[in-house]
Write a new protein. Structure first.
Length: 483
């Protein structure tokens, strides 16, 4: 692909870097890693894991291990590209250069939809957790309450946002580490007066894979929701103080932490609780496998402790996804792929219009809750998985094109290069193929496929004429000066 001409393609071209449209570089590498952790370490682990256990039994450990490897290919590919090009819009802007402007447009809009859906779904969960203590508070009121909290956090400076998200994510990380330590002690030594279960429960009830190995594959469609959020490694690059160092550290540590937490936590759960008991599709915190483990320890108020943990987890994930959605919308507007209004920022370089627009998921969640529609969280999970799988596939395709151009990372390189990316793409297609056997994925596809077709039609009918190639190149120039 030849370098685009710097000539603006429409009258407003080139205005994106002007005052009132730029972002601030205020995030440290620790904050960047924790923001990605905050988005990924959410209700997918604490509540959604029960559904995955129901499909695969103890072999869900394999599902999480495979999911970790797939997620690792994506995180590393994004990390290498972002260390070379810490541009606004992250992987979407990279796709515009190395694949085509259309794929850059589609990946960014798809991901914006993902962030909107996740933000709304996580606040539904927050409101449900609040109702556990205060049943008189309606779900819709809880959604609006927490919506006001995260919108306020996001409207502050990006530095303040980073500090708060770091704190929320740290609470989750400490809680998970405590769970792992207690769980390992129970597995190895047992409770006073009881023998240690060891690994006996992994094979005692129908075997390690009681529903067959095909169920391990189906469980992947649930498991991959847990890793959604690693994309923030790429998006936060545009607001990093030291992009090269921060991205290198964040990319390497985030996926290791996530894999360690998820695989070990799930292994502990199915080692301490019979898998049929741990399995569950409900959204009630009392059915969480983590509550069951705490109950076995005999800790008073186990459900309340876990309720606080999952509330913090969901609030942190919603907060991080609102951040991601607003930055994605800002990059789209800066490149002429969305109304220019969305590129506006405050004097503190916060994209306030993008934040307000990305809050549409919060309002939709409150309306659905008020109307009494049930099962919203489960269907939103499936829609998010379907859309994010497409986004991840485009990220790896961008990496392949990037490497084929002879470009390499500034601070680190993906082991195996293109081969690793292709393996990740095959893994994603394998997960996406569960659409043929899992009903909720079929419903997600019934919504997602028409949405992709509509976005494609809009691009070629309207948006393509507004594309600002000069703004895209200016984003790369600005990123190059910071590298």
């Amino acid at each position: 692909m030849s370098t685009p001409s710097p000539t603006p393609s429409h009258p407003d071209a080139g205005s994106s870097p002007a005052a009132g449209h730029t972002l601030a570089r205020s995030l440290g590498h620790g904050q960047m890693a924790m923001i990605a952790m905050g988005s990924a370490l959410g209700t997918g682990l604490f509540l959604g894991s029960g559904e995955a256990i129901g499909y695969a039994g103890p072999a869900v450990i394999v599902s999480f291990a495979v999911g970790s490897l797939i997620a690792a290919t994506i995180a590393l590919a994004m990390g290498e590209m972002a260390s070379r090009h810490p541009v606004r819009g992250g992987f979407g802007t990279l796709a515009a250069r190395y694949l085509s402007p259309f794929w850059g447009y589609l990946s960014r809009w798809l991901y914006w939809i993902v962030t909107v859906a996740v933000t709304g779904a996580e606040l539904v969960a927050c409101a449900a957790y609040l109702a556990y203590w205060f049943p008189a508070v309606p779900i819709w009121a809880g959604i609006l309450l927490f919506a006001a909290v995260i919108v306020g956090i996001n409207l502050a400076t990006v530095g303040s946002f980073g500090v708060i998200e770091f704190a929320l994510s740290s609470i989750k990380v400490v809680a998970v580490l405590v769970f792992i330590l207690i769980g390992l002690f129970l597995v190895l030594f047992g409770m006073p007066g009881e023998s240690a279960p060891g690994l006996s429960l992994l094979t005692s009830d129908g075997g390690f894979a009681p529903n067959g190995w095909g169920a391990v594959w189906i469980a992947l469609s649930v498991v991959m929701f847990s890793f959604g959020g690693i994309e923030l490694l790429s998006i936060t690059a545009a607001e990093a103080k030291d992009p090269a160092r921060s991205i290198r550290t964040a990319a390497r540590t985030t996926i290791v932490r996530l894999a360690f937490f998820y695989v070990l936590c799930i292994g502990i759960v199915v080692s301490l609780v019979p898998w049929q008991e741990a399995a569950g599709t409900g959204e009630d915190v009392a059915t969480s496998p983590f509550v069951m483990v705490f109950d076995r320890i005999g800790i008073p108020g186990a459900a309340s402790i876990t309720n606080l943990l999952v509330l913090v987890a969901a609030l942190s994930a919603a907060n991080a996804n609102l951040y991601a959605g607003s930055r994605m919308l800002h990059s789209l507007a800066s490149d002429g792929l969305a109304p220019r209004l969305f590129a506006r920022t405050t004097r503190r370089h916060v994209p306030y219009v993008g934040i307000v627009a990305s809050s549409v998921g919060l309002l939709a969640a409150a309306i659905l809750a008020f109307s009494g529609v049930g099962g919203v969280f489960g269907y939103m999970m499936s829609l998010v998985v379907f859309a994010v799988l497409l986004v991840w596939f485009l990220i790896l395709a961008t990496f392949v094109a990037y490497r084929r151009r002879g470009v390499e990372g500034a601070t680190f390189r993906v082991p195996g290069g293109v081969v690793t990316a292709v393996v990740g793409m095959i893994g994603l297609l394998t997960v996406l193929s569960t659409v043929f056997v899992r009903e909720s994925m079929q419903i997600a596809a019934a919504v997602g496929v028409p949405a992709v077709l509509l976005a494609t039609l809009l691009y070629f009918a309207v948006v393509r004429r507004r594309l600002d190639t000069a703004a895209i190149e200016e984003a790369f120039d600005e990123a190059e000066s910071m590298r």
